[in-house]
Ligand binder design. Structure first.
Ligand code: GLU
Length: 436
């Protein structure tokens, strides 16, 4: 069996962190089993779907590195839905309904007030049909056997169809609701695994009967626990946090993927620099049913950790040209984002305005300025410089190192000076020490 998964967003908005998590898990699963990962654009709602969003979705998936093996659009498949719908209608599995939403509302309230479940009540076959009212359409659930499946995340699931309303699958204006086209497509596209949020669990129960009604075996299902923020529900801001704002904040796509691959499992989040190790480890059995907590601070920290392992060639196209491989290696332990690398350009090549020198530090700088011109910059200039200054002034430890770091980098903190100094041109360094 070739694994086929799909990510099926509605292009009615940009992808947020929760959608991306679903996309990631589908992608990882397909890649792990050498299968196919499809992008299905769920654009049956022609009014709310926007081409800009379709493009943004593609761009975000590309940014994340989730390559797709095919793209389908539901709006191009209405003829197929129509044909399958006709079959279900002929078989009596979809039927016309004429109630208005007000009528349904009242009925629901009455049932609830009597302590009964607010399940849709089918009309008797001979009930009068109101004239001039275009019908909407429901799928007739089979009230026989319970609906069961073994969910890859949630384990055995069990629904009593009698306790469920026949779902509306088509509106009176002929437009499609999500449920039926999704099943028709999952069959037509040979989807083997449906991975999506647990808000779809009861949809799955009805869809399992739709697969059967259309003569197909259902795929496997994995329903993931919801993503929540640190204080419970995913806040409005986080819930709508798009890839563009994460990118602007300097978050690397791999950092987001590394976090989302492990949230909701008890496995530690690893600072990986490629998607490959995430592919090997994806296993729905490792996901728990408790909500997965998304913490932006954790993401920022992971981003930083990952940068500390990131090779120059992976980021070179986003670095100033003067940040060479050696310079990148020296500064990466001090970066929160790739963009911050630009702040180090002046440290290497100037112009730099070192802070005013404390009087107490002046002897160290005077000795350094005197010793520096004779030092071989190609060997180990930092150790040669500090040894010479120590010998001339007796300074050691912080009173020796800090004034030198300040004069040479205009900062109190930064990379190991032994690594940094050979990467600063000798005449620059000598001039900075002399300026002190
Ligand atoms: N368009 C649906 C959604 O975004 C797809 C759900 C599914 O994966 O079947 O909720």
């Amino acid at each position: 069996m070739t694994v086929v998964t799909r990510f099926a967003p509605s292009p009615t908005g940009i992808l947020h962190v929760g959608n991306v998590r679903t996309a990631l898990h589908n992608w990882l699963w397909a890649r792990k089993y050498g299968g196919r990962f499809l992008l299905r654009i769920d654009d049956t709602d022609l009014e709310r779907s926007k081409e800009d969003y379709v493009e943004a979705i593609r761009a975000d998936l590309a940014w994340l590195g989730f390559d797709i093996d095919g793209e389908e659009r539901q709006s191009a498949r209405f003829a197929l839905y129509e044909a399958e719908f006709d079959k279900l209608k002929a078989a009596g599995r979809v039927y016309a309904c004429h109630e208005t939403s007000e009528e349904l509302d009242i009925r629901r309230k009455i049932l609830l007030s009597r302590g009964l479940p607010p399940v849709y009540e089918r009309k008797p076959a001979d009930a009068p049909v109101p004239e001039g009212v275009a019908p909407h359409w429901r799928f007739r659930l089979d009230h026989g056997d319970p609906i069961e499946w073994t969910d890859l995340v949630r384990g055995v699931q069990h629904f009593e169809p009698k306790t469920m309303s026949d779902p509306v699958v088509r509106r009176a204006d002929g437009s499609w609701l999500y449920l039926l086209p999704s099943v028709i497509d999952d069959i037509a596209m040979g989807i083997t695994h449906v991975v999506r949020g647990e808000d779809h669990v009861s949809n799955t129960a009805t869809q399992i009967q739709m697969f059967a009604a259309l003569g197909a075996a259902p795929p496997r299902f994995a329903h993931e626990a919801l993503l929540v923020g640190t204080e419970g529900k995913l806040s409005k801001r986080l819930g709508s946090l798009g890839m563009a704002s994460l990118r602007d904040a300097g978050i690397e796509p791999i950092a987001l993927a590394a976090l989302l691959a492990r949230l909701g499992t008890s496995d530690p989040v690893e600072p990986v620099t490629s998607l490959v190790p995430l592919i090997e480890h994806i296993d729905f059995a490792r996901f728990g049913r408790a909500p997965a907590r998304f913490d932006e601070a954790e993401l920022a920290l992971l981003n930083q950790k990952i940068l500390h392992h990131t090779e120059h060639e992976a980021v070179a196209d986003r670095l100033p040209a003067t940040i060479t491989a050696a310079r990148w290696l020296a500064i990466r332990p001090n970066l929160m984002t790739v963009a911050e690398a630009a702040d180090w350009v002046a440290v290497f090549d100037g112009p730099l305005a070192p802070p005013p020198v404390d009087d107490a530090d002046r002897p160290v700088l005077t000795a350094a300025a005197a010793a520096a011109p004779a030092i071989d910059w190609g060997a180990d200039p930092w150790h040669a410089l500090t040894a010479a200054v120590k010998e001339a002034t007796g300074a050691k430890g912080r009173p020796l190192f800090l004034p030198l770091r300040r004069a040479l980098t205009a900062r109190d903190h930064g990379p190991d000076m032994a690594e940094l100094l050979p990467l600063i041109a000798k005449d620059q360094a000598v001039a900075r020490l002399a300026a002190g």
